[in-house]
Design a protein around this ligand. Structure first.
Ligand code: SAM
Length: 288
């Protein structure tokens, strides 16, 4: 059973409130209730948030809290909270703190024993992962890729052998350079997904081997536009060339009835091994 009480009114509270990443219908009822009832909304860009608030008929006052002033303004907000105000934190889109301001404010609130209540909601990294068809049991969110090629290549070297899905935010004007750097380090076979314009009219989610993806994005300018998330399949060990005894025994039996090529293909399928490795082993070790 869910607890529908939106704002417990006994303690001053900082609410972390996600906002839509494109489609305004993705705001939650609880987000609207909190934004309507708090005393103040700390916003990354008060003009941008003003438009969202007026769309939902919310009149709460806003207060600027962006990357450049956060450390200094956070103290003032903690004092307001300690004086009994309730405050909501929003960013321009999605979940605050996820490649957005808020970390210092939350940290200072927790240190000052001010209650912090997070609301669940829109977040591009999770939205992209959920439809990417890449393994989602373990993943690593890496934030924005570095702006310079050297930094990006270092980043790709760092994740080259990581077995989890690795997820990056990237801006449209750097997408081709970033994909070229990724290709140089991870090679053309690595599976990569691009999730673009999520929840919006031109939403596109595609998976391809990296070599093909780079060419596809390069050849279609539309794929270089809008907001995007890159998801990289984790590192996979090449299937081992070592052939277990049980397999060589099966191959030796099958080859008495079938051509080596066919016998090798059957064993490869049954034991999930490489056909060529089995064929080569047969040529070297069996009388054909
Ligand atoms: N806090 C936000 C969140 O929860 O996802 C992310 C803010 S970050 C400043 C903005 C980046 O998120 C964009 O450059 C893009 O990489 C990604 N992003 C945001 N909205 C998106 C969307 N609708 N589709 C794809 N990526 C998006």
């Amino acid at each position: 059973m869910t607890d529908s009480k939106t704002i417990p009114n006994d303690l001053p509270t900082l609410y972390i409130v996600p906002t839509p990443i494109g489609n305004l219908a993705d705001i939650t009822q609880r987000a609207i209730d909190v934004l309507s009832s708090v005393d103040l909304i700390a916003a990354e860009d008060t003009r941008h948030t003003g438009k969202l608030l007026s769309h939902f008929g919310i009149n709460t006052k806003t207060y600027p809290l962006h990357d450049h002033n956060e450390q200094q303004k956070a103290q003032a907000l903690v004092e307001k909270l300690q004086q009994g105000m309730s405050i909501a934190l929003v960013s321009d889109a999605g979940t605050p703190l996820i490649s957005d301001p808020g970390y210092h404010l939350v940290n200072q609130c927790r240190q000052a024993n001010v209650r912090v209540v997070p609301l669940p909601g829109a977040c591009a990294v999770i939205t992209a992962l959920s439809a990417s068809a890449l393994p989602s049991d373990r993943f690593s969110f890496e934030g924005f890729l570095p702006a310079k090629s050297k930094g990006r290549k270092d980043k790709f070297l760092e994740i080259a052998k990581v077995e989890r899905t690795c997820i990056f935010y990237e801006s449209p004007h750097r997408i081709l350079d970033s994909l070229d750097d990724m290709l140089a380090i991870l090679g053309p076979e690595r599976e990569v997904a691009i999730a673009r314009e999520l929840t919006k009219t031109f939403e596109t989610i595609r998976n391809m081997p990296l070599g093909e993806l780079v060419e596809w994005v390069r050849s279609d300018e539309n794929q270089q536009r809008g907001e995007m998330v890159l998801l990289v399949h984790g590192f996979r060990e090449e299937a081992s060339d070592e052939i277990p005894d049980e397999v060589t025994r099966s191959l030796s039996i099958l080859v008495k009835e079938l051509p080596l090529k066919k016998a090798a293909a059957m064993c490869a399928e049954i034991y999930n091994l490489k056909k060529n490795a089995l064929y080569k082993w047969g040529l070297e070790n069996l009388d054909n």
